[in-house]
Ligand binder design. Structure first.
Ligand SMILES: N[C@@H](CCC(=O)N[C@@H](CS)C(=O)NCC(=O)O)C(=O)O
Length: 201
């Protein structure tokens, strides 16, 4: 299998954590880079959206996005990170919440980095942060029991999202208003699969 990869992508990190937790071997990493304005070396033939992660399976099938890849690898390895229903619906909703945090966090990065400075729109950036802040409040208020339960992909996705906030938006200091989530993250981030995949760059 080939995985189009970047060490700073939190969506790729979700896949890498699953690979480590499930003990999957034989995934070749293909380093790529690009953004919405310049796809650069992004795998546009494998994923027309020009985004990573994208996985090419042993039989040559291209699979994306991170949620589909994680589900595919989990099913292939029998890892059980997507539990049976009814817990499955919570796991998927938690993963969607984490991915939504990432979508907003990455749009903020692109706004600052890719859009010319004289065309940046602060209210739009703050609107993205408001989505993240509401999601963090919801995690703190409603999801701690699930986060503290048996390991699943919802937890992995939340941990990768929080790691990305530390990596790119540390000035927003998400921990201050979310002490329970911060305590959970401190413990979860010590898992070998998390330490091995910390973003660099
Ligand atoms: N929903 C996608 C999002 C993937 C995504 O946005 N990846 C970023 C890298 S962190 C990317 O490829 N950006 C390039 C672009 O948007 O053109 C997933 O879960 O895989």
């Amino acid at each position: 299998m080939k995985l189009y990869h970047s060490p700073t992508s939190p969506y790729v990190r979700k896949v890498m954590v699953l690979i480590a937790e499930a003990g999957i071997a034989g995934v070749e990493l293909i380093p790529v880079a690009g953004n919405p304005v310049d796809p650069g070396s992004m795998p546009v033939d494998q994923n027309p959206l020009g985004k990573i992660p994208a996985l090419v399976t042993d039989d040559g099938q291209a699979i994306y996005d991170s949620r589909v890849i994680c589900r595919y690898l989990d099913s292939m390895a029998g890892a059980g990170l997507y539990p049976p229903a009814p817990r499955l619906w919570q796991t998927l909703t938690l993963e969607a919440t984490a991915d939504g945090i990432l979508d907003a966090a990455i749009l903020m990065v692109y706004e600052a980095r890719v859009r010319p400075e004289d065309r940046q729109f602060e209210a739009w950036t703050e609107g993205q942060w408001a989505k993240i802040a509401r999601s963090l409040d919801t995690l703190e208020r409603r999801w701690m029991d699930h986060l503290e339960g048996p390991l699943d992909m919802g937890q992995v996705a939340v941990a990768c999202a929080l790691g990305y906030l530390d990596f790119r938006h540390s000035a927003r200091a998400w921990r201050a208003a979310h002490p329970d989530l911060a305590a959970w993250e401190a413990e979860f981030s010590e898992r070998p699969a998390m330490t091995a995949t910390q973003p660099v760059g």
